[in-house]
Ligand binder design. Sequence first.
Ligand code: ZN
Ligand code: ZN
Ligand code: ZN
Length: 277
Amino acid sequence: MAFGLNVLFTLLEIAGGLYTNSVAILSDALHDAGDCLSLGLAWRLQKLSGKQADAKFTYGYQRFSNLGALITGLVLIVGLGFVAVSAVSRLRNPAEVNAHGMVVFAVVGVLMNGFAAWKLHGGHSMNERVATWHLLEDTLGWIAVLVGGIVMSVWDLPIIDPLLAILISLFVLYNVFRNLKQVVLVFLQIAPAELEADALQSKLLALPGVVAAHHTHAWTLDGESHVVTTHVVLNAASTRADILRVKQGVHDLLAEHDVAHVAIDVELEGEACPCGD
Ligand SMILES: [Zn+2]
Ligand SMILES: [Zn+2]
Ligand SMILES: [Zn+2]
């Protein structure tokens, strides 16, 4: 439903941008096309990412939702490149735009995005809050187009249109890079903030019975469920009960931090680490 409306509105915007000859509207349309793509991919990949692990993807499919964000980001960058090129050439020789048409489209844009933001606001889930913010940003973009359209219908200043387009594109680009950075860092196996090595290591060492820990690694599947592997060294005289207690301690500690996959290697003091540490 929301997706269909988005697609419809984006097509309307592209038509509006071409009709009014406004690159500012086209850059807003591109932004919304990116939103559609990310919604569509998220929707499609969400199903996939909920799939249980199988023989080929032993961790499950959570990372497929990151893939959607990556694709959307790259597509948006290419699209923004096109808008930027045409906006810059318009700066050199400004083209006449249909300012009244721009105002009409901008009013529709402000109303639609504003209405959607108003309907969503007050939602409590992380997703709803992010979506509300996003809609407010979209509304701001349309307000900028509206103001530009009004100015251009009073004064003959066609240069405002490409200037607006560049401004909107820079703003979208900033957000794209911010999101892409998160996604790429996950693919690069950065440790989740709460599980950075030093902090994790000292929490492990604080567990009763743990003499040392090494080969401690933490990464995240999708930013929400994490993986930790570690070697813990116990006193050489540890009994079966001691070992079980330490293992349970590590599992309890990591369960507090959304670690979905834990691998613990238990070594006794004096034992050579098979990995050479
Ligand atoms: Zn948007
Ligand atoms: Zn290691
Ligand atoms: Zn080891």
